[in-house]
Design a protein around this ligand. Structure first.
Ligand code: SAM
Length: 224
């Protein structure tokens, strides 16, 4: 398969696979139980997203800088948000905040069709070039994801990977019936994880723990 041939160009040795297995065990201990999600995290070579200077930290359960003042999210955060999305193969998923492309890769490994939008032009260009080298091919968009991506709506699932001041209404409008939105909402320092399920005639809102994301910018986000 061409996909595997491209992937094999990135070195993924027994040490990295071992560290990845250890990370998966840690996520399980922290309460993540979606086996398809854990399997996906066990496959995505997180070290490939890191600069040489930080390579040794790739499988720590921590967020790290990826340039342009942005971060690759902590694996536990990626796992927590993804588990709440209840991703099924074939789901059409919109991700707000492409960043490094790591979250999009996990969603693709789970069999989702991924649309991902990034506000920072340099990051958008960098990730759009890099991710296909790993064999991951989401649909890349550049723009203000706080307004969603109406041209490809509706979506079964929407994941916001930056901290929003409010639940962006545009995202609720672009959710399909029975769709799920997961979004961290709060101030610029910390946000409560919010899950909204869109039923035929109502929205069901659930609230979870606090997390700390970089700010969601744009029309329904924070001012720069
Ligand atoms: N999902 C990313 C990953 O897997 O590496 C991590 C995302 S990082 C924590 C947050 C990202 O959201 C940054 O790349 C930032 O530029 C982006 N962002 C902020 N506001 C945005 C907006 N209105 N639309 C799209 N992306 C936005």
């Amino acid at each position: 398969m061409a996909f595997l041939a491209v992937k094999s160009m990135i070195e993924d040795n027994y040490k990295q696979r071992g560290l990845r297995g250890k990370l998966v065990r840690k996520l399980r201990q922290k309460g993540i139980s979606d086996e398809r999600l854990l399997e996906a995290i066990g496959k995505v070579p997180r070290h490939a997203f890191f600069d040489d200077a930080l390579l040794g930290h790739a499988y720590e359960d921590k967020a790290f800088p990826i340039g342009h003042g942005q971060t690759i999210s902590q694996p536990y955060t990626v796992a927590f948000q993804t588990e709440k999305l209840d991703v099924k193969p074939g789901d059409k998923v919109l991700e707000i905040g492409t960043g490094s492309g790591y979250q999009a890769s996990v969603l693709l490994e789970m069999g989702a069709k991924v649309y991902t939008i990034e506000y920072n032009r340099e990051l958008y260009l960098r990730t759009k070039d890099f991710l296909p080298e790993l064999g991951y091919n989401p649909h890349f968009f550049f723009g203000d994801g706080s307004k969603g991506l109406p041209i490809r709506a509706p979506y079964n699932k929407i994941i916001v990977t930056a901290g929003a001041p409010v639940v962006p209404t545009a995202l609720l409008e672009q959710l399909a019936e029975n769709g799920i939105l997961i979004v961290p909402v709060g101030d610029r320092e910390k946000q409560k994880m919010i899950k909204v399920t869109k039923k035929k005639d109502k929205l069901i809102k659930e609230e979870f723990d606090f997390f700390s994301f970089v700010p969601l910018l744009g029309a329904q986000g924070w001012k720069e």
